[in-house]
Design a protein around this ligand. Sequence first.
Ligand code: ATP
Ligand code: MG
Length: 252
Amino acid sequence: MSYIIEFKHVSKSFGRHKVLDELDLQIPKGRITFILGKSGEGKSVTIKHIMGLLKPDQGRIIVNGVDITDYTIEQLRDYRKGFGMLFQNAALFDSMSVGENVLFPLIEHQRDKMSIMLERVEEVLTQVGLPNMQHKYPPELSTGQRKRVGLARALVTRPKIILYDEPTTGMDPLVSEMIDSLIVQLSREEQDLTSIVISHDLKAALATGENLLFLYKGKLALGGPPKAFKESTDPVVRQFFAGKVEGPMEFF
Ligand SMILES: Nc1ncnc2c1ncn2[C@@H]1O[C@H](COP(=O)(O)OP(=O)(O)OP(=O)(O)O)[C@@H](O)[C@H]1O
Ligand SMILES: [Mg+2]
């Protein structure tokens, strides 16, 4: 299996708080990987390292076979263009139409003629199930529709890697299930796309995640397919997946 991202002994502290402790992990290319762990375990910090928004105190980060750890600000600017990102609050511009919101990253990349960019916008909106919605404004949309627009905006530049930080937290269960399955469907449609999802939705991760990474105390407690998690006898893994407060897991 080929890996698109590798962490080699990555450590990161904030003050005296060591969040990542010689973390080793691998993310396979062209698949979905779920990053799991309780609140404060360093999931967001991990993806910020992937994007070069944080630098490790120690260790190396290899992406596509290239060591990005010491990239300069200029190198990182180019590097980040290969990513799509969907944050928790889709963060659309309310004063811009849906079409303009999705067009925005394409204009920043400045690669194509306007007519080609507009075609791409319509294409990606259709892909997320929102054809003919270009002229609506975000406040007119439902939560689920806004999230779909955010998804279209993350995909429009055809990134090789897409990062989702808690894409469905705080949404009602039906909408969140719909968005989860859309994420899986999009990842299956685009063979070369690597999707990395931070989620609290264990059910979705176990049902759909091809690869799960479970972080605990700054390390990878377990990584592998859902089967490895269902069969694990590690008491911390069992406790997390049973959703129990009682057990060996430490809550600081
Ligand atoms: N820029 C920062 N400065 C100081 N501390 C930080 C910073 N970023 C993260 N931390 C700390 O690092 C720890 C891990 O944070 P992180 O955001 O990665 O958690 P998380 O696993 O994403 O949790 P959640 O599920 O709540 O989003 C937390 O204790 C947080 O307070
Ligand atoms: Mg987080």
